[in-house]
Design a protein around this ligand. Sequence first.
Ligand SMILES: *[C@@H]1O[C@H](CO)[C@@H](O)[C@H](O)[C@H]1NC(C)=O
Ligand SMILES: *[C@@H]1O[C@H](CO)[C@@H](O)[C@H](O)[C@H]1NC(C)=O
Ligand SMILES: *[C@@H]1O[C@H](CO)[C@@H](O)[C@H](O)[C@H]1NC(C)=O
Ligand SMILES: *[C@@H]1O[C@H](CO)[C@@H](O)[C@H](O)[C@H]1NC(C)=O
Ligand SMILES: *[C@@H]1O[C@H](CO)[C@@H](O)[C@H](O)[C@H]1NC(C)=O
Ligand SMILES: *[C@@H]1O[C@H](CO)[C@@H](O)[C@H](O)[C@H]1NC(C)=O
Ligand SMILES: *[C@@H]1O[C@H](CO)[C@@H](O)[C@H](O)[C@H]1NC(C)=O
Ligand SMILES: *[C@@H]1O[C@H](CO)[C@@H](O)[C@H](O)[C@H]1NC(C)=O
Ligand SMILES: *[C@@H]1O[C@H](CO)[C@@H](O)[C@H](O)[C@H]1NC(C)=O
Length: 546
Amino acid sequence: MQRFLTFFLLASGSWAFEKGTAEEDFVRIWPENPVVEFGGSLVLNCSASCENIGLETAFTKVPIGEGPSWRAFNLSDVNHWAASPLCYADCGSEQKKSPKANIIIYKPPDHIKLDTVPKMEVGKPYNLTCWVSAVAPIQNLTVTLLKGAEQLLVKTFEHHTEPEAGPVAVSHRIIAQQSDHNKTVTCQTSLDLRPRGPLLKNISHSISLESFDFAGAPQLHADLSLEAGTKMKVTCDAPQVSPAEEAMFHLWFARRPVTFNTSVMGDEASAQAVVTSSSVGEHELICTVSLGPVTKNAKKTVNVFALPKPVLQIDNSEAVINQTVNITCGADGNASPGFKMQIRDAANILASSNQDQRFLQHAVITQEEDNGREFICQVTLIVDGHTEERRISQNLTVFYGPRTDDSNCPHTLTWKEGSLTSFTCSALGNPKPTVQCWKDGRPYNIGEPQLVQREHDGIYHCNATNQYGSDIRNVTVHVESSKADISGIIIGILVPAVIVICLGAVAFYINRRKCGIYHFWKHQRPPSQATGISEELACLNSNPSV
Ligand SMILES: *[C@@H]1O[C@H](CO)[C@@H](O)[C@H](O)[C@H]1NC(C)=O
Ligand SMILES: *[C@@H]1O[C@H](CO)[C@@H](O)[C@H](O)[C@H]1NC(C)=O
Ligand SMILES: *[C@@H]1O[C@H](CO)[C@@H](O)[C@H](O)[C@H]1NC(C)=O
Ligand SMILES: *[C@@H]1O[C@H](CO)[C@@H](O)[C@H](O)[C@H]1NC(C)=O
Ligand SMILES: *[C@@H]1O[C@H](CO)[C@@H](O)[C@H](O)[C@H]1NC(C)=O
Ligand SMILES: *[C@@H]1O[C@H](CO)[C@@H](O)[C@H](O)[C@H]1NC(C)=O
Ligand SMILES: *[C@@H]1O[C@H](CO)[C@@H](O)[C@H](O)[C@H]1NC(C)=O
Ligand SMILES: *[C@@H]1O[C@H](CO)[C@@H](O)[C@H](O)[C@H]1NC(C)=O
Ligand SMILES: *[C@@H]1O[C@H](CO)[C@@H](O)[C@H](O)[C@H]1NC(C)=O
């Protein structure tokens, strides 16, 4: 108990002594928590109740002022991250030290750099990475990634403990969207040292996102066959593309680039071109569409064919009748294998060639009907299942002498007197024959309407002529008179009737006279009824024979 008490008194006495010296002697450093930029300078003020005030530091120090109880130093080139200066002074026999100053050395970033983002495909993931180099203190740093005005990521580093400047990288994954196209991405840093220090903000250069959507496959519209030397329109469409105006086209035909025009309709881009080739064979037509990172192709094989030019020759396109006329059909120029030739007229095939034969002949012995006949020389080629053809035609002229027949110049004509009629007689022939007619040695105007008279009755001599001959024809015209008809009736009916009446009258008279004699004779003799009747019948019976 005694010992415990003694210990307590001693302990409290020594505490009281120590407290008294502490109140007397002090060494302080000011400011205790300075903030200074890396490489910059700083004034530290040591104050003490003792003598020989000094500053212990690794930095270059220059005293810049002193008073009875203080001394100020300028520290320059503050570039050691872990340095912690302290003040000291000689207090009696011992040296006292101040607490260490807690210097915060800051450094704005040397560089802020955003990694370039490749051309993006809608729906795919991409990393946005921001590199911040040589920044300190990292635990005061905030890195923000912005897409336009939208904050994608805000990253802080509270748990970072090292004071040294170091690089920082932040990364954010995005899924590319159509609306991302042309949006800018920036990386902002903020070094917040408030309230003891500044707030430092920096921003990276912006990068522009490129986001492409190329869902559809390009389509090539072109015929599968093309005649060599001719032109063909070709279009290549890229549907469902975004942004459609950035679709890049390339067209090749027969391994050569083709010039083209492009157009955009909604979300479809298309290229239009006109292609041609002079080399026969199968050629590839290729359309390549590139949109951002995606490239797609469309191909077609075009059969370039050559159809030779038909050449028609008719030996004598103007021939006389019964002449042999040779018709030749030739093929001129470049030709695809497998072509055929034909000689034909409007209705029929007259001659056909074998494949790839360039000459064909057909002979015609000219007939009247061949005048004006059209002959065709035709070249055909089957390309991809359909027939390509080329033809040339020429008409044959056949000259021949006049020919009259019953249809154009009838042998007999019957006209009615008083009617209006014209005499017609024409003839076949090439050139068209002229027809002249004579009646009774006098030329007669044919084809003119005239009032039919009795004098028109008779025989007409007609002569159809052209330079290839003549044809004679006699035409008999009967004129029927309307008066002649009535007298005919009179003559035919009335006259015989009159004659019959007259003869009847005469016969009756003769008969009467005969019977009268009888009656007279009968009066002389006794009458007999029965014989009387029989006599009268006999009389009547004998009457027609008179
Ligand atoms: C240093 O501190 C003392 C008192 O603490 C003050 O009087 C003096 O002006 C200071 N010196 C400088 C240079 O700040
Ligand atoms: C950051 O900003 C500070 C001043 O605020 C400037 O001195 C420094 O050069 C900037 N750094 C970059 C990388 O822009
Ligand atoms: C994005 O970054 C992560 C990790 O940082 C990596 O695994 C991934 O492959 C990156 N993605 C792309 C598309 O670069
Ligand atoms: C994207 O930006 C470029 C250049 O600034 C401009 O020419 C283009 O029209 C823009 N495209 C879209 C889809 O906004
Ligand atoms: C492109 O358009 C111009 C003007 O419309 C036209 O003259 C030209 O022929 C076109 N070219 C092609 C390859 O279609
Ligand atoms: C044409 O020849 C046929 C038979 O050889 C002959 O009957 C006819 O009279 C000739 N025609 C002419 C106009 O020469
Ligand atoms: C028609 O062709 C045959 C055979 O090729 C020939 O003998 C004849 O002389 C030709 N006729 C004419 C009029 O050219
Ligand atoms: C040849 O005859 C046809 C009818 O057979 C006719 O249509 C065509 O016009 C004629 N051609 C010439 C050049 O006369
Ligand atoms: C028919 O006319 C031609 C030409 O005028 C003449 O040559 C020829 O003799 C004439 N024939 C008759 C039978 O009159």
